[in-house]
Design a protein around this ligand. Structure first.
Ligand code: FES
Ligand SMILES: [Fe+2]
Length: 393
């Protein structure tokens, strides 16, 4: 099913290449400039989006084995992911039941025991409280009632989502709108985790706009990707999640072949975004690889940070390690010195009040759709949230 969808998209991209067309939207779309800096608006985004919809917290490749854990902060919430003895991933608030200290430091490791650094209460990889330091002195307590607080978590397609609202009625499956089946074509569950690095950026939506935008490639990235890089985009969506991939005449080489032989790597190219904060760029660098960019809002509307993760289809040989490192450094340079450097100055200009709105052209449908989904989520009550994803267009 998902493979036939990939073929259908490839055929559409080939037809667009032949006709010299792209999928344009009806109209040019305006977004109020203040949406990028207004504090009240930003707080609504945090509350209605980041605290309500599932966020991608990790890749399976980061915690493949039982006992593997990862601690991170997302939208100011400390999270602990743990692969239990049974092999399932669970997500918890990284917060001790005693007096709330953060139990594990940010990072990754392997342990079947999580011991709080404050007074040494310990938990197992299921999040159960297993021991209380000086228990007799502390007093009687039913340990079973004081496990770590669990959050909804789903591992699919080699990716791990967590919802920061523990009482949510939105299922992570529904939120994904079958997009996970498409992402499953990559087989990330069996990929190799190479490295990560973090960079600082402007308002999270300025940063995210860039991942949905091919229009700027031969201009802003003329010195890195080159002035002839294609700038045409077609957008394909599953609810709020969008794949960006351009017209592609090179697909004509497969036309005589049975569709089952069209190479999956080629069929998956382009950028796969996952609302509201992920971009997966697929390319060849030291072997088949992806850069998964995980974008988080910073402490103010004007700031964000992005964790770039580099994953490879296969564990690299020695020469491939060097090539992959060089490719990852190059991508950091492109995003930090070109995209985000431009975005940080754009942020200042937007805050100056010189324009009331910015525009997304008929060729920038991905940005249009992204902002429409942001607006829609802000306007939707908790009660109506699940319906937004089950009745999506
Ligand atoms: S806060 Fe964790 S043991 Fe006291
Ligand atoms: Fe860019």
């Amino acid at each position: 099913m998902s493979r036939s969808k990939l073929i259908e998209i490839a055929k559409a991209n080939l037809a667009h290449a032949r006709a010299g067309t792209i999928n344009q939207t009806e109209n040019i779309y305006q977004v109020p400039a203040e949406h990028y800096f207004d504090h009240d608006r930003w707080q609504q985004e945090m509350k209605q989006i980041f605290k309500r919809v599932p966020l991608l917290m990790a890749t399976t490749a980061e915690l493949p084995a039982s006992g593997d854990w990862k601690a991170l902060t997302a939208a100011n919430v400390p999270i602990l992911l743990s692969r239990t003895e049974s092999g399932e991933v669970k997500a918890f608030f990284n917060m001790c039941s005693h007096r709330g200290a953060q139990i594990m430091p940010e990072g990754r490791g392997n342990s079947h025991r999580f011991t709080c650094p404050y007074h040494a209460w310990s938990y197992n990889s299921e999040g159960e409280l297993t021991s209380i330091y000086s228990n007799k002195d502390f007093g009687d307590l039913d340990k079973q009632c004081h496990s770590l607080t669990e959050l909804p978590c789903l591992e699919r397609a080699g990716l791990i989502w967590v919802t920061l609202n523990r009482n949510t009625t939105l299922s992570i499956e529904d939120f994904l709108c079958n997009y996970d089946e498409m992402l499953g074509q990559f087989d990330f569950a069996n990929w190799h985790y190479f490295a990560h690095q973090t960079i600082k950026g402007p308002n999270w939506k300025i940063a995210y706009d860039g991942y949905l935008d091919l229009y700027h490639l031969p201009i802003l990235h003329k010195d890195t990707f080159g002035p002839d890089y294609p700038n045409k985009a077609n957008y394909y969506n599953w609810g709020p999640h969008q794949r960006v991939t351009g017209p592609d005449i090179s697909l004509s080489q497969y036309e005589e072949l049975d569709e089952s032989l069209w190479p999956t790597g080629h069929l998956l190219n382009g950028v796969w975004t996952i609302f509201p904060h992920i971009s997966i760029a697929s390319f060849d660098g030291g072997g088949r690889a992806i850069m998964l960019s995980q974008l988080f809002p910073g402490e103010t509307p004007a700031t964000s940070y992005t964790v770039q993760h580099y994953l490879m289809e296969k564990a690299p040989s020695e020469e491939q390690v060097e090539a992959a490192r060089a490719q990852f450094d190059f991508l950091k340079y492109v995003v930090q010195e070109e995209d985000y450097a431009t975005g940080i100055k754009q942020q200042v200009a937007l805050e100056s009040g010189g324009k009331d709105y910015v525009m997304f052209g008929r060729n920038e449908g991905g940005g249009q759709r992204f902002h429409q989904w942001v607006d829609r989520l802000i306007a939707t009550s908790d009660k109506d949230l699940p319906a937004l994803f089950t009745n999506n267009d």
